[in-house]
Structures are given as C-alpha cells and as structure tokens.
Design a protein around this ligand. Structure first.
Ligand code: MG
Ligand code: NI
Length: 476
C-alpha cells in the first residue's frame, strides 16, 4: 500500500501552497511535492500599461516584497530609457534594498524560524511560535523586533509609509533623503549591529544540536546562483550573475542579467502553478540550482565588508571552503547578510552625496526591451519587459526567488520527509520538520502566486487509494 501525506497548512511562511507526501508499502516516503496552488496571472495583467507605471504596479504583486519588486522594475525601466541614473539615486536604491534585506531576514530568523531553532523541532505546535519564543527568550524576541524595526523604519523614511506609491521610478527615485533621516539611522546602527551579532552567537551555540536536520534539510550538492560585482564581491543591487557548481567552480562565465534566458530555462509541471527554472545546459530536472542567502555566500569571492568577511571565513569552515550544501544553513547565511547589510548601510549613509538633490534622470523609452535584476532577500529577482513603440508593455516575464528555488525545495522536502516521516504513526515532530525545511528557504508564496496577503500551506498524508490519513493544519 502507498500512502500520501499532505501537510496542510504549513504556517509561518508567506502565501499559499500544499505539500503532499507519498508513502510506499513499508511506510517510507517515496515521493514528495511542494504544490503552489494559486495564480493571478500578473504578467498578462501588465500588458498594455505604460512602462513607467510598472514599479508601482508590480509593487502590488506581493504585500511582503513590494520593495524588491519596485527595485527590479525600476531597473528594468532604466534599461528601457537607456539612461545613466544619478549616483545618489543608485545609492538610495541600494540603501532601500539593504533595509529590506535586514527587516526580512530579521523576520525570518526571529519570528518565523526562531521557534523551531530555539524551542526545538519537537516542541508542541501550540508553543512553537513567536509567542512561545517571547515566553522562553523574552530579551532575544524583543531584540528581534527591534532589529526588524530598524529596517522597516528606514524603508518608511525613504519610500514613505505607502510603499505602493513607488518611490523607485525608472531613472532613479522620486524624492531625495533628508539629512535628519541620515543622522537618525547612523545613530541606530551600533544597536542594530549588536543585535545581529548576538543572533549570530546564538545560532552558532545551537546549531550543533541539529546534526540530523543539517544532514537532511535539503543537504545535497547543487549549483548556486547569485549576484556579484566586477570584483567578485557580494552585491545585492547590480552586477553580474554567477552560477557555480557543487564544487564551487564557475559553470559559465559571470553573465549580465539581460542574458539570463540563455542560461536559465523555465519548466512547467501540471501539479503546480509555480514554474521550475533550471540551468539549461543540464536540462530539466537535473539543472537544479539554489538562490538566496546561502547561494550568495557560496558564489561570492568575499562580502567586501570587514565584519561580514570575518563571519564568512568561519562559515566557509563548515565545508572546508567548498560550497556549504545544507539548506539548514540558510539561517546562518541570513544572519551574516544582516551584518553585511548594516555595514553597507553605514557606508552609504556616511557618503556625503547621499543627501544630494539630483536623484532622477528623465527620458522617454529608448529601447524596446529591458531586464532589471536585484538580489531580493530570498534570492535573485528578474523583471524582463518588452514595450511597443508607444512605451506600452507588450511582454513581461518575472522570475522570483521562490521560483528559482522551486526544484531545490521539492528536493529538500523529499529528503527531509524520507529522513523523518516513517511508519503508520505520524507524530507532530515529523511533519514539523517538513514545515521547517520549507521555512529554511523562507519562500514567498505571495510573490510566487502573485496573490496578496498571507495564506497557509497544507500538508496531507494520503494512501494509494486517495484516502487522507493524516494532515497538519495548525492554522495561522
Ligand atoms: Mg515568469
Ligand atoms: Ni513576496
């Protein structure tokens, strides 16, 4: 008899999806699928709109990631205008991107994954949440909120409370930064940095307790994709895309995001609305690669900032200099990236011209096609637009981080389910780990499905006759 387990819903991730696990006669997991079940057709919906409206429109794709879409879209718009945007505008966009990364990573670590990591994977579902965490570790939970606030407030001061109004525009940004804002955040950096480092110490002190999870949470050799600058440093805003293999060697020469289509293909499966990007040369589904914090730290030569580089060296010790394989270490990578983001924020704020007033280049469309790419918190984000002679959108392709990671997440779910989900007795802690591997990737299902708001994932167990025999629906 083959049984199927569906996890329904996975909480503490953003969006809507379903996981199904299939058991064979022996009660072992033979297959696992991560289904994304909602779709809004955003790419089609944009056709016919003026290209300069795209940052504001695509900011609505996701209530979690409006900042990332605004930036990717604004950069695609720069390409369509074929202009060089003011240096201050570039620095302000970078600042916004780092602020988004800090707040998003803080949310992922302290609120979404902290309960698994600090209360334990076997803690009852009713306690294994942010309230339980606040009960057990009130000081750390408060600091997590504070760190996230630093990023959120910086976004608000730059882009305004209604970020959907699109501060980022093709050609730059629509408003310079005030000197008081600069002072405020420069003063707050030491506190934020102290929290980030404390979180790193906490993670380093506990990760040895997760030996089994480290080996089974999406721990497999794969390629990795991330952005680097022309010196090979980690770069979240502009540069080249680097694709390395599981041994750390470049698979292709670093390429411009505008050439993505020659390297990356997108496959479709009947059972999911989320496409499956893959490395073309290896084909589908062998061309699996990962993006996001783990991938970025694996592909770069160095971070390019002193504190983060010290941490990176220690991180690389985990695998003796080879790429770090376990997706469990996305958590670790995220914390190092917070340190790096704060260092970069400080550098940008200290730059005298950051408060300069020229922040926008103006032009009509001068090219019919443009690709904008950034590193969003969750990984590489691509906005690819075509326009007609009137500047109206005729073609849109978006590839979001969660899409790039789709194959790897499926692989990871199967691996963790094979390790932990066995036999007829389905215990809470088993399915908790299937949820936790998904959270390690920190997917944004709102982005992937283009559906607004927060929705659960479901995990369900089915037998070979289609009967549901177990499920996890802990709700939100
Ligand atoms: Mg697409
Ligand atoms: Ni999103």
């Amino acid at each position: 008899m083959t049984r199927e387990i569906k996890i329904d819903p996975v909480t503490r991730i953003e969006g809507h999806a379903k996981i199904t696990l299939h058991q064979n006669d022996d009660g072992a997991v033979s297959d696992a699928r991560f289904h994304v079940t909602q779709f809004r057709g955003f790419e089609k919906f944009c056709e016919g709109r003026p290209f300069h409206e795209m940052p504001a429109i695509t900011a609505r794709i996701c209530g979690i990631c409006p900042v990332s879409h605004m930036l990717g879209s604004g950069k695609a718009g720069d390409e369509l205008m074929a202009v060089r945007i003011p240096e201050t505008a570039v620095a302000l966009r970078r600042l916004l991107n780092y602020a988004q990364m800090v707040q998003s990573h803080a949310l992922s670590f302290f609120h979404l994954s902290g309960p698994d990591l600090l209360l334990g994977m076997d803690a009852p579902a009713a306690e294994r949440n942010v309230l339980g965490l606040a009960g057990e570790h009130p000081d750390l939970a408060k600091k997590g909120i504070r760190l996230r606030q630093f990023g959120q407030e910086l976004i608000e001061k730059l882009a305004g409370k209604k970020i959907h109004a699109a501060w980022v525009v093709p050609g730059g940004v629509n408003k310079p930064m005030d000197a008081e804002v600069r002072e405020k955040f420069l003063n707050e950096i030491p506190e934020a940095m102290a929290i980030a480092k404390e979180a790193l110490d906490v993670f380093k002190s506990i990760h040895d307790n997760f030996e089994r999870e480290i080996k089974s949470f999406g721990c497999f050799p794969s390629a990795f994709l991330g952005m680097v600058d022309s010196d090979g440093h980690l770069d979240h805003y502009d540069g080249y895309l680097r694709l390395i293999d599981a041994d750390g060697h470049k698979i292709v020469e670093d390429f411009l995001p505008s050439d993505y289509d020659s390297v990356i293909g997108e496959a479709v499966e009947q059972w999911s609305y989320l496409k499956f990007p893959y490395y073309r040369k290896k084909g589908y589904p062998d061309g699996v690669y990962r993006v996001g914090p783990l991938a970025r730290l694996n592909v770069c030569d160095s971070c390019g900032t002193p504190e983060a580089d010290t941490e990176l060296e220690e991180f690389r010790g985990l695998s003796e200099g080879r790429p770090v394989d376990s997706s469990f270490y996305y958590h670790y990578a995220r914390l190092i990236e917070i340190v790096h983001g704060l260092e970069r924020i400080q550098q940008i704020l200290e730059w005298p011209d950051i408060v300069a007033k020229r922040v926008r280049a103006r032009a009509e469309a001068n090219a019919l096609e443009g690709v904008g790419a950034i590193e969003a918190p969750r990984g590489t984000l691509l906005h690819h637009y075509g326009i007609d002679e009137d500047g109206l959108i005729s073609y849109v392709n978006l590839i979001v981080a969660t899409g790039h990671n789709n194959l790897a997440m499926n692989h990871g779910v199967k691996q963790v389910a094979q390790e932990f989900v066995k036999g007829d007795e389905i215990q809470d802690g088993m399915l908790n780990r299937v949820e936790a591997i998904i959270r390690a990737f920190d997917p944004c299902l709102s982005c992937s499905t283009h559906a607004l708001g927060k929705m659960p994932i479901n995990i369900e167990l089915y037998d070979n006759k289609g009967e549901k025999i177990a499920e996890q629906s802990s709700g939100l």
